[in-house]
Ligand binder design. Sequence first.
Ligand code: AMP
Ligand code: MG
Length: 288
Amino acid sequence: MSKNHNKTGWSTPASEALRVSSLGPIASFDPESTPGFTGDKALGEQLLVERGEVLADLQELLYANGRSGDNRSVLLVLQGMDTAGKGGIVRHVGGLLDPQGLVIRGFGKPTPEELEHDFLWRIHKALPPAGRIGIFDRSHYEDVLPVRVHNLVPQAEWEKRYEMINQFERDLVETGTTVIKCCLVVSKDEQKVRLTERLNRPDKYWKYNPGDIDERGFWDQYLEAYQAIFDLTDNDSAPWHLIPANKKWFARLAVCELLVGALQGLDLDWPKADFDVETERKRVAALD
Ligand code: AMP
Ligand code: MG
């Protein structure tokens, strides 16, 4: 096994090396690091292409099985501070996949209609159907992030949400969805660089939100809220990973690798024909 991982540049499988429980508190996590990976940027970029092809093949298997009555699906949850690169993961890792098999959903401030329902209502509606890979750009965890930091609902209410989330994810996993949770971690310095870039480039103005500067003022409270999430909602059936995100090439490779691992774990095979292959061959051979 280790031989295989050396070949791919990984000294430890990504699912182990990046698991939040093996990395310690987010507050002392190094966003420049590349846990478990011994290669450099050039190798990382080359591997992303190679592993992307593996991922695409696995996705096709999942899709084929979904079309043949298998109810399994995969859900990738992306969280992280503003500018951490969630959109970049959607574009560069999601971009390796067949759009037909992907369901991408982003979650912003709840609409008045969404606020009339419980916080998981909009999440349920966005889940990937059988055979698909879902990517959530933000998620139900927002309901214990800005909501907790700013007490958008009373503490007595947001406190209960961790257990509600655990129950929700347990049900998801039991009904065939593999859940992978990733928190992209960018440093405060790197966030400043990225915010500056957004203001220096007219093609990036659309990403700039003046409110992000105000949220940056709550950096430590957000770190605490993330730590509470990891302490209360990381478990083997729906694990949390810390993805160092200062190096975009590594964040993309890491998430790709986690997806490959999750799909391989499903141990999928091509669905058997639900027709008699020999009979159909003869019928096709006999066509004019
Ligand atoms: P973006 O991801 O840049 O489109 O920004 C979406 C914004 O919506 C972020 O500031 C999120 O924190 C905010 N948001 C998402 N979900 C919630 C929620 N449940 N409650 C409050 N704010 C939220
Ligand atoms: Mg934003």
